[in-house]
Write a protein that binds this ligand. Structure first.
Ligand code: ZN
Length: 349
């Protein structure tokens, strides 16, 4: 199957009432792990690369690996997404490379650290939407600022510093026409999200629900949504790691989000922990080993297990065969004639 538009994938998820995990990749083993899990669970999937990943792997290596994944798995719809684009240029280069979706994170300035103004965010996001939609490519925006830092990207601080204001979210969606919107409801990037198990006072699920009611056509995105399970932390620490105790986003909270308009859930930390734990275990238990395959294979298996579990929990499992891919050209037409508009004024008519 050719790579599909993320918009189509999320529209289908909305129809089916499920969420789709967006898993970060940097190398071949991670891409293989995701595809193994997608195949096993028959899941449509979003594969995403941050700027750091594109730098680490080099654009062409990374993109050709994704093309191989699509060719080897014709029954799986795959969207290729730029995670946290920091500027118009980053998004443009991803689109020119062949990504079918981009995130323009205009909540921060192009340094990827300093919060921007609302007007700056609207301006740069709208510019990306114009360029992307003309080419049938999906755009995710962000309003409010997430906590933490990952891959050198993020404002740092707590996830509660810049919670999304629903009125601003509506105005942002109207003025930019984004397909998907990342909102800040208290989640953070990285492994250290919460110092205790989060509850209703930490995760602002009521804000998420309020935004979904007013933006029924805009797909909501939860970032920083690894669950950071204790068993994965324990494996890392058992074999010489030194992770401090931490809590992620409970799966039940994500499922509550999915019942209220969340269609894309970003997961990275859990996979990093699974890989690192598996590699540590092999090197700890059998220090005489030096063939990279001896630890990369269990690492790939460990990541596959986490991804397959999330696919089942998010509800995307079993849905790979529900629909035929719509060509990117067809999607571009839908943006042009307005049939794919998500703008709330159009949606409420
Ligand atoms: Zn993120």
């Amino acid at each position: 199957m050719p790579l599909v538009s993320m918009r189509q994938l999320l529209d289908e998820a909305a129809k089916g009432g499920y969420g789709v995990g967006a898993f970060n990749v940097n190398d071949m083993e991670q891409i293989q792990a995701i595809m193994m899990a997608a195949k096993e669970t028959k899941s449509p999937v979003i594969v995403q690369a941050s700027r750091g990943a594109r730098q680490f792997a080099e654009d062409l290596y990374l993109f050709r690996l994704i093309e191989a994944a699509a060719e080897l798995n014709p029954e799986i719809p795959i969207a290729m997404h730029q995670d946290h684009g920091n500027s118009f240029e980053t998004c443009k280069s991803a689109i020119e490379l062949g990504f079918t979706s981009v995130m323009m994170d205009g909540s921060l300035k192009s340094d990827g650290k300093t919060p921007s103004t609302f007007e700056e965010n609207v301006e740069v996001t709208r510019k990306v939407v114009d360029f992307a939609h003309e080419r049938g490519v999906t755009v995710e925006g962000e309003i409010g600022v997430l906590g933490g830092v990952e891959d050198g990207h993020g404002a740092g601080g707590s996830g509660l510093d810049h919670i999304t204001d629903p009125d601003q979210a509506v105005e942002f969606a109207e003025r930019t026409g984004v397909d998907a919107l990342a909102i800040a409801i208290g989640t953070s990037h990285g492994a250290y999200k919460f110092t205790k198990k989060p509850d209703g006072s930490v995760l602002k699920m009521d804000i998420l629900i309020a935004i979904h009611k007013r933006l029924p056509k805009t797909h909501l995105v939860m970032h920083g949504s690894s669950s950071v399970p204790k068993d994965l932390q324990d494996i890392v620490n058992k074999y010489g790691g030194k992770l401090k105790e931490t809590w992620g986003v409970p799966v039940e909270e994500i499922q509550l989000g999915i019942r209220n308009g969340v269609r894309k859930i970003n997961v990275d930390t859990d996979n990093r922990l699974a890989i690192t734990g598996a590699i540590r275990k092999v090197l700890w238990e059998t220090p005489e080993k030096f063939d990279p395959r001896d630890y990369l294979k269990p690492a790939r298996e460990a990541m596959k297990a986490v991804v397959a579990l999330r696919m089942t929990q998010f509800g995307q499992a079993g849905h790979a065969g529900d629909y035929k891919p719509v060509s990117i050209e067809e999607i571009a037409k839908g943006y042009k004639d307005g049939s794919l508009s998500t703008r709330p004024l159009v949606a409420s008519k």
